[in-house]
Design a protein around this ligand. Sequence first.
Ligand code: GLU
Length: 300
Amino acid sequence: MSLPKGTYSAAITRFAPSPTGLLHLGHAVAAVAAHNLASQTGGEFLLRIDDIDAGRCRPQFEAAIYEDLTWLGFDWPEPVRRQSDCLAEYEAALQRLRALGVIYPCFCTRKEILAEAARAQGAPHGADGPLYPGTCRALVPDEIRARMQTGAIAALRLDSAKACGLGDMPLIFEEHGEGPEGEQGEILARPALLGDIVVARSGTAGVAGYSYHLAVVVDDAAQKISWVTRGRDLFFATHVQRLLQALLDLPVPQYLHHALAVDEAGKRLAKRHDALSLRDFRERGVSVAEVLAMVRAVLR
Ligand code: GLU
């Protein structure tokens, strides 16, 4: 994959795997895409450990990330940013969103959300299934207090419509790769595509975790990432991440969503399936050159 025509200043890119399993070919594709762009522009390739989801991350998978990337020939500046070290930054971002009045607590279970979506004829669907139907958007403070007192953990959701009403709409991002439907160039951000996303979880004892969307926009700004390269499966996330950037007053990187590695059936490789891991390749004697040839075939 080479850059579209044009002159580019030095790109700061990142590869940001989550240590929830072993890296597979799809990760090698993402790492190479980020690395190529940095080296083609005389920029810098950064590694980040996206371990915000503490319950699913394991130290042995983080160790395997360093090992597999080294095997493939990558290096990166130290120290590596790890999301679990940056919770105070996510908290500050959450406070800012709260101060803007665009956060509300939601007590719905996943089952309730699915049932409500099924009940409401023509309930809106997003890229990942039914959108949150907004059940808790209108809870009054007394109700919220009563629910919290039961020890419930609330999902703190972004009121997307209200948030869009605050900023300088329309919001635009620049796509240099391609979205799943061939989207390219200047893209109008449509945060409503994802509905009221969860930005954090909170109980009476305080915040119990921050979401991927919140962490990633804070991280990209903190690391001065000028180009976000990642798989096409995350294209729609950009719509809401663009809104978070506007609300938090963060710089907006360029975006390059690249093709995904797929299995023989054309399905995206994922850690939860038994996708071939880079470690498997290595142990079976597949060479680095052969892995990189597979990566190039995906990025072509
Ligand atoms: N950590 C995310 C993942 O492993 C990628 C984050 C991003 O590129 O925005 O899928």
